[in-house]
Write a protein that binds this ligand. Structure first.
Ligand code: ZME
Length: 517
């Protein structure tokens, strides 16, 4: 391109796009305008752009932003959104936390990605309080990682009650989805354990919201996929933290016995965590949870897998403290009485609360050292209604995942109670009291990930054809029709809330709900 043409484009661009104007004038002081305040924090370097163009999924790589904002104060984010909102050509903006989306949800093609973690030096961190009406809670920055929230609250002998399996995720990110783990059957997902949020909307306005104040925004943002605002702080419910946990795994070859026991265990009180996953020969090489079992156990389990092909591992935890040390084993025995796992295939560990909650981290470090962490992740997460879990098991687990032997990675499968979800929140679940959380957490390489991705499409198609009324968790769709179907009854309120809080459709374009680039 000739110099003349490129300078012409750059001059025109100043009028068309405020970002180009900042880029080309960032060294010229022009006090008083938003662009000048933002200029030093907006980066156009190829490193920043590259970081913000992809995510943990490593599948979407071509949503290239024009710039990355490294905010040092939430006003920087407010100013950025305001700049876009007031522009004749608003540009898209996405908040990026630890970057663990798997389909480019935190990208913003031709827009600005906000690197939320750069707030963590100057922002609120984690502050613990107690009031008679609210009990114990923590005020945390949206950019905080759950591991940091855990460490800070443990100092006070307290901890959040609902978790994700992996703690190196930001608070703002998980609350924009749901936040699911084995505690959710009892406490609900993380979005059910939030008392208050600080949010900057798509109009560049900051609001504090809760179920009593600005409640429409509060419910919109919880599970709102970043469509209504950027979460800058959250007030999280806390409870007394236990010192240690009893961690038990029981193996089944019979899927119906496995699910019967899982459903029983989420219907009683006493356990603090209930999950489940599959053991197959094809997945074991990649199953970083295998460190749970002793070498002797591993060989017995290997024979069981060889014999039955698919083994179901029911995993439960009961928290305890020094003063219950002498009763915990008895209590656990009572809770697990009458279960139908394969005789002899019950394994127990006794670890600290921290080691349990942070269990995926050691797996991560192991995979990282083998170069197997930073690889494509064509994940599919589904919520499957209990009434159809056998059809799902036969059609997907047996006939596809096992028979085709393409999947490499972890398959999670456990039931949860819908009564702990609030319908006013944006998050979507199947319309049944009990549904299964199914995670097909595939790890690929540059060659084979497409085959797993194709199989994911087959799985979705199978469920559609079989009339299984599942919902995607961490949803990924490409057309408006699919999103309308996903939200179902909630679509009209989702749209109304978009008009209310982000009328210029600036936020989180990478979800492709209102943007189809
Ligand atoms: C979306 C989701 C991921 C739910 C659980 N995960 C997990 N990711 C990575 N490692 C895990 C895991 N759950 C157990 N281990």
């Amino acid at each position: 391109m000739s110099f003349l043409i490129s300078s012409l484009i750059s001059v025109l661009g100043r009028y068309l796009n405020p970002l180009i104007s900042i880029k080309s004038s960032s060294s010229i002081p022009n006090h008083g305008t938003l662009s000048v305040k933002l200029a030093p924090k907006l980066h156009f370097t190829s490193d920043a752009i590259k970081m913000a163009s992809t995510d943990f999924g490593k599948i979407i790589t071509s949503n290239i932003p024009s710039a990355v904002l490294f905010p040092s104060h939430i006003d920087d984010i407010k100013n950025l959104i305001t700049l876009s909102y007031n522009s004749t050509t608003p540009f898209p903006i996405a908040a990026r936390g630890h970057g663990h989306s798997v389909r480019g949800q935190a990208t913003a093609r031709d827009g600005v990605v906000v690197d939320m973690k750069s707030l963590s030096n100057s922002h609120v961190g984690t502050r613990v309080s107690w009031t008679s009406s609210l009990g114990y809670y923590a005020d945390v920055g949206g950019e905080q990682l759950w591991i940091d929230v855990l460490c800070a609250t443990l100092e006070h002998g307290l901890a959040p009650v609902s978790w994700t399996d992996y703690l190196y995720l930001t608070v703002g990110g998980t609350l924009s989805n749901a936040g699911m783990s084995g505690q959710a059957f009892y406490y609900g997902p993380q979005i059910s354990n939030v008392l208050e949020l600080g949010v900057i909307t798509g109009k560049g306005e900051f609001f504090t919201c809760s179920k009593h104040t600005n409640s429409e925004l509060f419910y919109a943002v919880l599970g709102g996929l970043g469509q209504f605002g950027i979460i800058t702080r959250a007030r999280i419910v806390l409870d007394k933290a236990p010192k240690r946990v009893k961690w038990v795994r029981m193996l089944y070859h019979d899927f119906s016995a496995f699910t019967r026991d899982q459903e029983h265990l989420i219907s009683i009180t006493g356990l603090d965590y209930v999950e489940g996953h599959l053991l197959m020969n094809q997945s074991s090489a990649n199953n970083w949870r295998s460190s749970f079992f002793s070498p002797n156990d591993v060989s017995n389990i290997a024979s069981l897998i060889t014999q039955h092909k698919i083994i179901y591992c029911l995993e439960v935890v009961k928290y305890y403290d020094d003063f219950t040390t002498h009763t915990i084993d008895k209590e656990l025995k009572v809770l697990l009485e009458g279960l139908s796992f394969n005789p002899g295939f019950v394994f127990e560990k006794d670890v600290t609360f921290m080691d349990f909650l942070n269990r995926v981290r050691s797996g991560e470090l192991q995979l990282q050292s083998q170069g197997l962490w930073d690889v494509p992740h064509p994940w599919l997460n589904l919520f499957v209604p209990k009434s159809r879990i056998f059809d799902f098991h036969q059609g997907v687990i047996v006939n596809m995942i096992h028979a085709r032997n393409i999947t490499r990675g972890l398959v999670l499968l456990y039931p949860t109670n819908r009564k702990r979800w609030d319908d006013r929140m944006s998050a979507v679940t199947p319309d049944e009291d009990i549904f299964y959380s199914v995670g097909l957490l595939c790890s690929g390489d540059n060659d084979n990930w497409k085959a797993m991705d194709e199989q994911n499409k087959d799985i979705l198609e199978f469920c559609e054809k079989a009339g299984i009324r599942f919902k995607q968790y961490l949803p990924h769709y490409t057309t408006r029709e699919e999103w309308i179907d996903h939200f179902g009854e909630k679509w009209s309120i989702f749209q109304e809330r978009k008009t209310m809080f982000d009328p210029k459709m600036i936020l989180s374009p990478g979800q492709r709900i209102f943007h189809h680039v």
